[in-house]
Design a protein around this ligand. Sequence first.
Ligand code: EPZ
Length: 416
Amino acid sequence: MPKIKVEGGYKLSGDVKISGAKNSAVALIPAALLSKNESTIYNIPHIRDIDYLIEILKLLNCEVEVIEDTLKINTKNLKNKPIPDTLSKEMRASYYFMGALLARFKKVEICFPGGCNIGNRPIDQHIKGFEALGATVTQKKSTFLIKAKQLKGAKIYLDIPSVGATINIMIAATMAKGKTVIENAAKEPEIVNIASFLINMGAKIKGAGTDKIVIEGAEELDNGIVEVCPDRIEAGTYLIIGSLLGKDLNINNIIVDHLAMLLSKLKEAGVEFKINKDKITINKARKLKPTNIKTLSYPGFPTDLQQPFTTLLTQAEGTSIIEETIYESRFRNTEYLNKMGANTYIDKNKLTIKGKTKLYGSEVVATDLRAGASLLIAALIAKGTTTIDNIEFILRGYEDVINKLKQIGAKIELIP
Ligand code: EPZ
């Protein structure tokens, strides 16, 4: 199994270009099935989740063309087929094919999605939405069969502002008869990105990015064009790295508004940075202050940056508390941070971090995507050499991460 090897302690300078957002791209690709013709998606990140989704597109008889970071998808010969668990279990986002195939064919058969092991992660809100639109959902072991004679618009109140459920229901409702209202919708920027793609295809959607989305169903949708928005989680990860090791480190191709909460927390922690349109220049903080974090859905502090931020807080002088309100078990990185010298302990959904602690190179394991990012940051600041195992988690969510870090001065390599 390949590993990442890092020699810590090197200053990082120069330019990092942020890629298209994983959590947007993985929804845009299934959404392309709604177009009866060819769709074009620009700024696609080259990460493993995209490769799996392209395999599913080909299984469904789509014509797919990848030209650098542009993906063209033609659905003129689209065929509805059951999606096997060999593909659907590779990532959480395979479930967006539920909404897309339900909209196009009124029928979909797919196995339960995969995804990082950070909690129970049910899909009851997705199913609640599909049933409200008139579908029947049956589950045999891990296979879902979802069918509808006709999808009819409905008023749907989500129990929680679920990102996935908001997107999946929006996709399905785009071709339902009549009006659908999603209340208590998630407001993440990725949802706006998907809505803009569907609107470009001819869909009638209002309110994406707010907690109330109104969709007027369309008979059919034509080809769509969209650009994947910059990955705010990748950008946040590099900003945290810059707070610890940066020397005039430029994080380029970002949407500053999407990072507002992280930037306010970095400021609270004593980090200084310069914002210049779609670029932030950041330097290593002289002294990091302890800071408390509570993860919430957007625009609250993003749960996906909780683990990377934990590593930063091990370097703050004092005690910080992190409260994780989105997932049940998203502190699995701390076992390895403590092995490297951190002083953290868990009490139910709260993590206490006592800093400042020197971190030492060690052999660690990525337990999930953002835990892997947390350990990568720890390895970059640790004294000595660290090897990280299970790195496919990291490669799933961070495009070209080893080269991007090498180019700014990190001593990092892939060990096959
Ligand atoms: C998306 O997951 C992201 N993944 C996650 O990023 C992100 O952490 C999450 O949104 C929250 O921002 C993708 O977009 C592919 P949710 P999703 O539905 O849609 C519970 C990463 O690291 N829930 O908002 O699965 C669920 O268990 C990944 O890039 C239900 O109970 O998140 C969780 O506790 C990790 N029932 C909470 O809601 C449901 O039907 C938030 O889930 C759906 C979700």
